[in-house]
Ligand binder design. Sequence first.
Ligand SMILES: Nc1nc2c(ncn2[C@@H]2O[C@H](COP(=O)(O)OP(=O)(O)OP(=O)(O)O)[C@@H](O)[C@H]2O)c(=O)[nH]1
Ligand SMILES: [Mg+2]
Length: 338
Amino acid sequence: LKHTVKARLTTDGYAEGILRGDRIILGQAITLIESNLSGDRLLASDLIEKIIGYTGNSIRIGITGVPGVGKSTFIEAFGKHITSFGKKVAVLTVDPSSKLSKGSILGDKTRMETLAKNPMVFIRPSAAGNKLGGVAAGTRDAMLLCEAAGYEVIIIETVGVGQSETTVKSMVDFFLLLMLAGAGDELQGIKKGIMEMADAIAITKADGHNLEQAYKAQTEYQHALRLSSVSKSGWEPIVLLSSAITDLGMEKIWNAILEFRNKTEDSGYFSSNRKDQDVTCLHEYFNMLLNSDHERFTNLQQAVKRMEDKVTGKNISPRAAAQKLLEDYHRAIRESTD
Ligand SMILES: Nc1nc2c(ncn2[C@@H]2O[C@H](COP(=O)(O)OP(=O)(O)OP(=O)(O)O)[C@@H](O)[C@H]2O)c(=O)[nH]1
Ligand SMILES: [Mg+2]
């Protein structure tokens, strides 16, 4: 039986398995959408079209913070809290380096050990992302597949360095920033802009001798957030304490997320934000397709090489060269459709 499971399914087979909530098929489908083979990419697009009508019915939560702040441990405790209400939770990871080390996969397996065994939970340590869409497209599509499989809470974890927070922010409803007490902002490598993206900040490891410092940090961050401008959502970001050891904050953070959803659904922001995200995503895909479309013409690739020589030899300006290449490209398209 193990062997038949491994065999490639049709897109109908994948779609049917996903809608039935089959975790093995869900995992295989995510592998399919991450594939760089052009045949797989067609299957993946086809699959997404088949399940798109069943997506969207979840709360999408982004969680970020510097390495070691306690993201994985937090998600273990938080996920347990959410599943105690009978909710199905999917955890996806965006890895900005996109070469996830073996160490961090093993680390996450042990840090989310209980959660990983929970039948209500689906954990995918890394969406490596396909070449075409990059990390973002891979994670976004994985999220859609999870929604179609009936997961009502989607958690997307990303390391708080570089571009990945912006990427994650652009695909979630609620953005949670984890921070340590007692370390300066610079020390934590968190840029100001990231704090401003947050709908909530949780001061992690608020237990034992850390607790007092955590309370102090809470007041300070709350103060800092009040000074920043009101977000488009109309939601006032909050600062809470959390501990994966004592479970402090799990209930408050979940309640804050529910309150955020209620308020923003009432104001219309929740759905308008998702529409904006979809439109942005459309533009990104379209740009990506435009950027790579010329690659199918080998003659054009040679023309590009020749233009590089002309530009470096000062025979033509870069601007005029680009214009000529665009004309060559358009001609190649016309000739290919003749
Ligand atoms: N005391 C205490 N320690 C914690 C808590 N949460 C996490 N830790 C510890 O902090 C360390 C880092 O936790 P992780 O959950 O791996 O942190 P992370 O943010 O996922 O790290 P990366 O995946 O490397 O980015 C581990 O040794 C945890 O045991 C907490 O609530 N209290
Ligand atoms: Mg982690």
